[in-house]
Ligand binder design. Sequence first.
Ligand code: OFO
Length: 172
Amino acid sequence: MLSKKVEEALNDQIRIEAESSQVYLSMASWAEVKGLEGIAQFMYAHSDEERMHMLKLVKFVNERGGHAHVSELKAPKHDFNTFQKMFQELYEHELFVSNSINELVHITLQEKDYATHNFLQWYVAEQIEEEALARTILDKINLIGNDKGGLYLFDRDVQQITVESAAKDTEA
Ligand code: OFO
């Protein structure tokens, strides 16, 4: 059984995962309109992953006798200026999500809720991967600079990153 405090914190995280999904969906749409097909596919897949993170929490809250809430979401912005800035924002967004997961883990310890603490370890591990992935992408972007050929290859490569992480997710 979840304490009220843990239930509320989990519901906050459900909203954050849903908002993350919206942010990446908006990034996907922007990239698609700009003709950045590979980047768009990467962002669509990332948006789906965030929805999966949200659903996993919804199921957990309900299974543990709580009630998962579906909340109103903040609208993401529609314009991302350059794809370099967009990936920088993705990285910063993931750092924000990691912080919020850490806070949540902290609350479960305060409340001595070891079942939820254990469940959240999946999210802790996931955030390590997501941050590493975002940093790898930013490193690649720095290498490319303003080189058009480099951008072409990056747009193609980033699609492969999508495929690889999707394959890893089905194994898990
Ligand atoms: Fe990209 O983060 Fe969810 O958990």
